[in-house]
Each structure stands twice: as C-alpha cells, then as structure tokens.
Design a protein around this ligand. Structure first.
Ligand SMILES: Nc1ncnc2c1ncn2[C@@H]1O[C@H](COP(=O)(O)OP(=O)(O)O)[C@@H](O)[C@H]1O
Ligand SMILES: O=C(CO)[C@@H](O)[C@H](O)COP(=O)(O)O
Length: 500
C-alpha cells in the first residue's frame, strides 16, 4: 500500500513539513507557518515554544489533508539546534526559549573557558565554548533568571519539546545533545566532567536516544490537535544540520552540503571526531551512531535577507523574497562595490565572535535596494565560502556540493553561491533537506528502510545542477579577498559598539 513518511521541521523562521512517499518518488511540501524573533536588545533572540506548537499543529493538519486516505507510516522531527526550553515539573514551559543565535551569554561562555579550559571543552564537545550552544545559555539563565532556573525540572531543545507535546515522552537524541555543549561526542553520553565543573545537575538533562529510535507514538490529544490518527510512531529525529546531512545523502566521506537557511551551514561527514585545532568550525555527532560531521556556521544567512526585506524595507507581503531576488538580478556581480558583512547576530565560523556586527560597506548614491539585496546574497556566500574552506581542510575536498535551505529557492542566490565557491553545485531534492532527512530517519524507525545509508539513497526525483561561470568566479575571487580583509580591521570597533 502507498504510504508516506512525514518530516516536520521546527525552523527559526517557521515550521514546515514534507511528506515523502516511501518509494522515494514523490516529496510534497507544506507551507511554512512563520513566527517572529523577539529580543529586547541587539544580539538577543527569543521565541515562545507555544508558537512552535501552534505552527506545528497547523502544519501537521495541512500534511494530513495532503496525505488524504494514504497511511502516514511514521513522523520524524527536526529543528533549530541549541535553542533551550525550560520545563517545570508538570511539563509547563517556564520562559521564552533563548535561541541558537542569541548572543547574550558571552560572559558565561568565557566562564566555561576559565572553569574547564578551551582545549578540554573542545576535546569533549567538538567546539570551543560559545554563546551559540546551549550550556552558556543555561548558565546565563541561572545567573540572571534565578527564580526560573530554580523551578526547572527538565531542559529540552526545540524539536524535543514538540516531540514531547506529540508523544508525552521526554527525551533528546545524540545530534541535538551535541549542540548543548554538555555532551561527550566520542562517548555519546552526557559529560559528567562538564556537568560537575559547570554545576549543572544531570537530572535536568533528558535521556538521550539514537536518532532512529522510536521515541513514542502520537497521543490521542495530540492527534486531535494535529488532525492525524493517534498511535503513529514518532522517531527521535535529529537537529536540523544532522537531518539535512541525511536529506542530502551525506552518509560517507566525499559530499558536502550547504544550507542557506536562517543560519548558513556547511557540513561534511567524518568517520571520527576531529575537533578543529584552529577552532573555526564544530564537530558534531551524525544521525548515524558512530559517525560525526564537521560543520561551519554563518549565523545570519537567510536571516540577513529576512532582516533586510522585513525590517529595513518593511515588506511582509507573501512571496516577497522571490520578488527581491528578481530585483537583484538587475545588478551586476559585486553589486557595484557594495559589500555586506552578515554578522547581524555575531558570528561563529570562522570567527567565533559574539560581538561581530553586520555592515554594508561602500555605499554611493547610485546604490539602490536592488544593490543591497544582491550584496546581502554575496556577503552570505563569502561567509559560507570561509566555512567551506575550513570544512574541506578537515574533511578533504568535496566531490559534490549540495545546496538546500529557503535561500536556495532563489536561482540567483544559488548561482552566486556557485560563482563565489568557484564550483558546480547540485540543488538538493527539496529546499527543506532537513525535513526530508527527518522523514528518511522516521522511515528507518518504522522499519521501512534498513538503516540511514539505505534511507539516504531512497529519494529518486530529479536533481538540478547549478554550474559556475569562470568569468564571474574570477570577479568573486577579488570580492572575497576584499570581504575577508574587513573583519580584522573592524573587530575591535565591533566590541566598542557592543558597549553602547
Ligand atoms: N525565493 C527566495 N529568495 C530568497 N530568499 C528566500 C526565498 N525563499 C525563502 N528565502 C529565505 O529563506 C528563509 C527561510 O529559509 P528556511 O531554510 O526555511 O529557514 P529556517 O532556517 O528558519 O528553517 C527566509 O526567511 C528567506 O530569508
Ligand atoms: O546553530 C545552528 C547549527 O549549529 C543552526 O543551524 C540552527 O540549528 C538553526 O537552524 P535554522 O533554523 O537556520 O535551520
């Protein structure tokens, strides 16, 4: 009988889902159900978990209608990583989630270095202490919202909270656990050493499953809210970067995937943990137990586009991004000398710097909105090129680069990425490779596929290629050099701005 696997993605900009036919020949996408970013100071980013749940219910209702009378064999969940949800002992949410891009915990990240040491933390968790990961956020909450921290019985991550609402079961899995910076990536368990040093009680942390484990089944109450049948198995799933790896077939050395989502991610497969000695990128657990991934992160990738269009141009009309992408087509490569630094929420790779700030450099009266849009696309691609260079240093040169994420819906942005990288790209099966990966993981949980490598080979709908142009690549080589020269010059000035 024809059946579907459902992949649900609790993204930063919104929640969306895919329905994958189990034979891999069809993948239907729901709309995205958006929610805003809140935060009263520059660098702060919060969301209410209740908004994720409302969006998830609407999204699942749409998916249920799309599936019609076809069976949904299993649900897989993915979502933004690192964003913490604090629950009290009745399972109620205690406060807004501090998101992955929230930069307020600089002091706490520095405190982790002082207590444990940079090298030791990197050895255990695959990354230097940083404001993006969950541990520093928890320490900030303990230091600043002590009453909330005292009431906390469980700490979850975004997708784990939604899985909890769907199944009534608390838990996480190894890929998202890595993003807390309290997890030992080689041993695949919570780190006693880090929990003790940072005085975080281990009983606040949920049980860690394997990504392909069935975490529970859809409760009657959740099924009613989502318009689905009760009892559907729900897989543990994976954080969005790890799920995108599965959705893009990154299950052995060779290929690299690049995601132009709210954040930008460049990811390669590793068969052993290999923390970057230059501390530019992270090593995280892969959804395949016993495998790892090297990843570089641009904090504000498509988030920069969203900021430009919604906040600066004050345009929230539907399909606005496609229109602005078409507008940017009217401007030549290098945006007639306008350069964008995408550090709107600090930066992670290759500069772990919560103080970094966004900038347009080189305005002239000739420049218009079209130049600004193109310049944002170019700046984000330069940053992703820095990530790609660092990732390939660790994992070897990629034989194929897959591009996904909301920004990859723009053919112009995809072309700029190919030109800036000076490499041909393959456009992913779905702009939402994370949701596709979650559906494939769910297929393993439900026994439809044998294992993750087999599942990753299941999608068979056509892929498109984006070829780079030698001429534009040469132009962008110069633009990239100029772009790279700005951060070292501005670094200290960004710190001064942060003090205002
Ligand atoms: N056609 C388009 N052209 C350019 N950018 C787009 C287009 N469609 C979506 N985007 C960008 O992609 C973002 C959403 O990407 P997505 O991968 O869904 O986000 P998330 O990382 O939050 O899951 C939007 O906020 C927007 O910036
Ligand atoms: O911080 C990371 C990965 O380390 C981000 O990739 C977040 O997981 C956010 O994901 P998106 O909502 O941008 O997809």
């Amino acid at each position: 009988m024809e059946a579907y696997l459902l992949g649900l993605d609790i993204g930063t900009s919104g929640t969306k889902a895919v329905l994958l036919r189990t034979d891999g020949k069809e993948c239907l996408e729901t709309a995205e159900y958006p929610y805003p970013l809140a935060g009263e100071k520059p660098g702060w980013a919060q969301q209410q978990p209740a908004l994720w749940w409302d969006a998830a219910c609407m999204c699942l209702r749409e998916a249920a209608a799309m599936a019609g009378d076809k069976k949904i064999a299993a649900i897989g969940i993915t979502g933004q990583m690192h964003s913490v949800v604090l629950l009290d002992e009745t399972g109620g949410v205690l406060c807004d989630s501090l998101l992955w891009c929230d930069q307020r915990s600089e002091k706490e990240a520095a405190g982790m270095t002082a207590l444990v040491g940079d090298m030791r933390i990197s050895e255990i968790t695959g990354s230097l202490p940083n404001t993006g990961f969950s541990a520093a956020k928890l320490l900030w909450i303990r230091n600043n919202w002590a009453d909330i921290f005292e009431k906390t019985a469980t700490v979850l991550l975004a997708k784990d909270y939604i899985r909890y609402r769907l199944t009534g079961r608390l838990g996480t899995e190894q890929t998202d656990a890595t993003g807390t910076q309290l997890f030992d990536i080689a041993e695949s368990r919570w780190s006693d050493e880090l929990c003790e040093c940072l005085m975080i009680k281990k009983n606040l942390l949920p049980p860690v499953m394997e990504s392909v484990q069935i975490a529970g089944t859809l409760t009657k109450e959740a099924a009613r809210a989502c318009g689905l049948a009760p009892g559907i198995p729900v897989a543990a799933g994976a954080g969005d970067t790890a799920a995108a790896a599965v959705g893009n077939g990154i299950v052995s050395r060779g290929k690299v995937c690049v995601t132009l989502g709210s954040s930008g991610v460049v990811l390669a497969f590793l068969d052993r943990p290999a923390p970057d000695q230059k501390h530019r990128i992270h090593t995280k657990c892969h959804a395949m137990t016993g495998a790892w991934e090297a990843l570089g992160v641009t904090q504000s990738a498509a988030l920069s586009m969203k900021w430009l269009v919604e906040t600066i141009f004050e345009d929230k009309t539907p399909n606005r991004f496609q229109e602005y992408s078409s507008l940017a087509e009217t401007v030549p490569a290098l945006s007639e000398g306008l350069v964008f630094l995408p550090y709107l929420m600090g930066e992670r790779s290759p500069h772990m710097d919560p103080y970094a700030r966004g900038a347009f450099i080189g305005f002239a009266t000739k420049h218009t909105r079209a130049h600004m849009v193109r310049s944002v696309m170019e700046g984000v691609c330069y940053s992703l090129k820095e990530c790609l260079d660092a990732v390939e240093e660790l994992s070897g040169k990629a034989s194929e680069i897959r591009l996904a994420g909301g920004g990859a819906r723009s053919m112009l942005w995809a072309r700029i990425a190919a030109d800036v990288f000076g490499r041909d790209l393959i456009l992913s099966y779905s702009s939402n490779a994370s949701a596709l990966g979650a559906a494939l993981i769910a297929g393993v949980s439900a026994g439809v596929y044998r294992d993750i490598p087999q599942a990753a080979g299941i999608p068979v709908f056509p892929l498109r290629e984006m070829k780079y142009s030698r001429e534009r690549a040469e132009l962008y080589r110069k633009g990239y050099g100029l772009y790279r020269s700005f951060y070292p010059v501005l670094k200290e000035k960004f710190r001064e701005l942060g003090a205002i």
